[in-house]
Design a protein around this ligand. Structure first.
Ligand code: FAD
Length: 298
């Protein structure tokens, strides 16, 4: 048996303009050097950035050695449109899809749409079944979101676990967590999920937070409470360099604790910047496959 290594992955988002695209590609190349298992590409709710997301996926597939995981959100899209985009992704060579609900800007969903991520997982599996011949060399890997702290729309963390079980039953292969700040939250998610019968690997998503501005933005976007300890440390730091050290150290501590608790790998939210992500990786000293890549260990 060949040794198994902790999975390593990064999240990228599609660039919003030409300047952002240029700097993203510097980041892509730097991250590629670390030989991650996959890089995920976000997708705007209701497909607001569909074409830039697909363009980035296409470039990753054709111009790099990276394996992309395409995020896909179901909110605000018709079932027909979703099936068409899934078909396009699989037909274009994407072999990993992260099935998400997304957050509707107006909070509404259209009648007949896929309302929740578990329904999207089922739809992906239905479309995949129409590609059986092309997929003879491997099926599509479907991921879903998990929450170490209660999802803002859920009444309880118990419901979050029920939902995770439903996603697994619908055909999900793995989960990636929303950002969290306390290692005990990830450990508790794992414990509750396993007790309820969830068997999916649950990859912790960690984000180097190197400024209070970013921390505030994240808490607004993800509905995660600002971590007061990290906030105070960042606010007390006297330079950008010190803030970066503080943010990176907090992320390394979280990632180490999660790996000690049995995490199958680490997913780094990068904000399309490589410096802090690489600092985290250096400090973590993750065991990675040999230089020649996985194929060489066949
Ligand atoms: P769901 O699993 O559908 O859950 C949403 C709410 O509905 C929860 O409160 C849940 O308890 C409840 N619920 C779920 N299923 C049911 C059901 N069958 N019946 C009744 N209630 C149910 N957003 C983007 O717009 N683009 C992205 O690219 C993106 N990437 C993300 C990546 C990761 C790793 C994570 C963790 C989140 C990401 N998000 C993204 C944010 C995500 O879309 C939001 O957190 C959203 O609010 C919920 O998505 P979900 O897939 O967990 O939804």
């Amino acid at each position: 048996m060949s040794p198994s290594y902790p999975a390593l992955s990064y999240e990228l988002y599609p660039p919003r303009n030409a300047a952002a695209e240029e700097s993203l590609w510097t980041t892509v190349r730097r991250l590629e050097d670390t030989r991650p298992d996959f890089v995920s590409v976000t997708y705007g709710a209701a497909g607001s950035n569909r074409e830039t997301a697909i363009d980035l996926l296409r470039r990753l597939l054709t111009e790099t050695t990276l394996k992309p995981l395409a995020h896909l959100t179901c909110v605000g899209s018709s079932r027909t449109d979703l099936a068409a985009i899934i078909d396009r992704l699989i037909g274009g060579g994407v072999r990993g899809i992260l099935a998400l609900r997304g957050d509707a800007p107006d909070g509404g969903v259209q009648e007949g749409d896929v309302e929740h991520a578990d329904g999207l997982v089922r739809l992906i599996r239905e479309v995949e079944a129409q590609h059986t011949a092309q997929l003879a060399a491997g099926r599509v890997s479907v991921g879903v979101a998990a929450y170490a702290t209660r999802h803002p729309d859920s009444p309880t963390v118990e419901q979050d676990i029920e939902v995770l079980l439903a996603k697994e039953a619908a055909g999900a292969d793995f989960a990636i967590t929303q950002v969290f700040f306390r290692s005990s939250d990830y450990a508790s998610l794992l414990r509750r999920a396993r007790r309820a019968g969830v068997t999916l690997p649950i990859i912790p998503g960690v984000m180097p937070l190197t400024s209070t501005r970013r921390l505030k933005k994240l808490s607004g976007l993800a509905g995660v409470d600002v971590d007061q300890v990290l906030w105070d440390r960042l606010e007390g730091a006297r330079s950008d360099e010190e803030r970066r050290r503080v943010g990176v150290a907090a992320t390394v501590d979280l990632a180490r604790a999660a790996l000690d608790d049995g995490a199958p790998g680490i997913h780094l939210y990068t904000f399309n910047e490589h410096a802090a992500a690489l600092d985290v990786l250096d400090a973590l000293d993750l065991e990675r496959p040999p230089q020649a890549g996985l194929a060489a260990s066949l």
